[in-house]
Design a protein around this ligand. Structure first.
Ligand code: FHN
Length: 435
């Protein structure tokens, strides 16, 4: 089996303390923006549209020809992300469709060859850095356009006929070793031509031993690829989707996807970031109506931090390069809450076990400032918040949003906090306890 020592060798003998230092900014940030943008944004009905509708490259060419992001202003994106309290961003440089938003010399299937006529990744990097955000790249291991990518059960051209005959016919002449080299070449471009890159979000592995089914670490050349990545950008943070589970020290963080807040507790003590959409789709989906409420988004963010993890929240820009009104509304409401309450998120983690969590609420804790934050998911009608066992442990109690003192007194071992009748104007108010 793979030992931690081997993993250390693979990633350059980094100690746990050095890894924590390398990841300190990421852990303290807690909140990022995912951006899924590509030709699928023009189809406007899910980023898996090529698979879902079993489209050939020829069928899909119309989205390449139509792509014209004339309203793309990455500075606007960056300012919105910053206002919403996001400290980093991750943009799809290439999704499963194989279209590259960057000026790669290894393909013609790229943004500079569309009506965009420019390197969209470069403009993204410059704009987000200018706003002080860390920049990350998402890069799809899957590639439904590349002629050497060996097809598998989820490839668009396998959707209408999954027979072995059809699989063998379509894969005749395809050379996965050439595709692995293509990936290494493009990842070298991305990690060489755009300055310091803070995160690489590779996606995704689906190993399946049966021939022609799934893809895992051997298909991707994951060990070599990770060594290349760490050689090119020693400080970079990499997710866990290279199927290197047995090399868990090789990957930096786990990626629970679209899980409900109540499932996050099981990740406590791990290093993780939950990736979530505003709606069901990662790519822009015009007619989709299942959008998370402000409360649901706050629940994801607060519960992630309350369990020691990060939240990366996705926006799917339109084919013209804009965040649509629904994303703007959601980001604006996050900005309003984060403006007054972000101290209960940044540099915070789960509370010491000696502090019981009030029923239905959440606790976050900043170990540097020794501030404990009670997120009032329910605002008591009688204004009484009883904190069991807190008596003698708390020096001062105030609302975080306006630093207004809140009355409190000990009742045996409990601390009884008397909240004002008028709930502060926030979906989830936060009480700050100085320990
Ligand atoms: O198939 C992709 C999907 O389109 C999206 O990019 C998500 C984001 O985490 N990753 C894969 C599904 O797990």
């Amino acid at each position: 089996c793979f030992s931690a020592a081997n993993a250390q060798k693979m990633i350059g003998n980094e100690t746990d303390a050095q890894k924590q230092q390398r990841m300190a900014w990421w852990t303290d940030s807690r909140f990022g923006m995912f951006i899924h943008w590509g030709l699928y944004s023009g189809a406007a009905r899910h980023e898996w549209v090529k698979h879902n509708e079993a489209l050939s490259n020829e069928d899909y060419q119309k989205y390449f020809d139509a792509f014209n992001p004339d309203l793309f202003e990455p500075q606007k994106w960056a300012k919105e992300a910053k206002a919403a309290g996001m400290k980093y961003a991750v943009l799809t440089t290439k999704h499963h469709e194989g279209f590259c938003l960057f000026d790669s010399k290894y393909t013609d299937y790229k943004a500079p060859n569309t009506q965009a006529k420019r390197d969209l990744v470069r403009e993204y990097v410059n704009a987000f850095r200018a706003q002080g955000l860390k920049v990350g790249f998402y890069y799809s291991l899957l590639d439904w356009h590349h002629p050497d990518y060996v097809m598998d059960e989820i490839h668009p051209l396998m959707q209408k006929d999954k027979s072995k005959e059809h699989y063998d016919k379509l894969n005749k002449g395809r050379d996965m070793a050439k595709y692995r080299q293509y990936m290494r070449n493009q990842i070298t471009e991305l990690l060489t031509n755009y300055g310091k890159i803070d995160i690489l979000w590779l996606d995704f592995s689906f190993p399946n031993k049966e021939k022609g089914k799934g893809k895992g670490k051997d298909d991707w050349g994951s060990v070599e690829l990770l060594k290349l990545i760490r050689k090119l950008q020693p400080g970079i943070i990499v997710d866990n989707r290279l199927n290197l589970e047995e090399y868990k020290d090789g990957a930096d963080f786990e990626t629970p996807e679209q899980v409900s807040p109540k499932e996050l507790e099981k990740y406590r003590g791990h290093t993780w970031e939950t990736c979530q959409t505003f709606s069901g789709s990662w790519g822009y989906y015009r007619d989709e109506n299942t959008w998370k409420t402000h409360r649901q988004l706050l629940d994801l963010l607060i519960t992630s931090v309350a369990n020691g993890g990060n939240l990366i929240l996705n926006v799917g820009p339109t084919a013209r390069g804009e965040f649509d009104y629904r994303a703007n509304n959601a980001l604006d409401t996050m900005a309003y809450w984060m403006h007054a309450n972000n101290l209960s998120i940044y540099n915070c983690t789960y509370a010491p076990s000696s502090f019981a969590v009030p029923e239905g609420d959440r606790l976050t804790y900043n170990p540097k400032t020794k501030k404990l934050y009670v997120h009032l998911f329910t605002y008591p009608a009688d204004g009484v918040l009883t904190l069991p066992g807190y008596a003698g442990k708390v020096k001062y109690v105030q609302f975080l949003n306006d630093h207004s003192e809140i009355a409190s007194k000990a009742n045996n071992t409990d601390l009884v906090v008397t909240l004002p009748k008028n709930k502060p104007p926030y979906e989830i108010p936060v009480v700050e306890l100085s320990l």
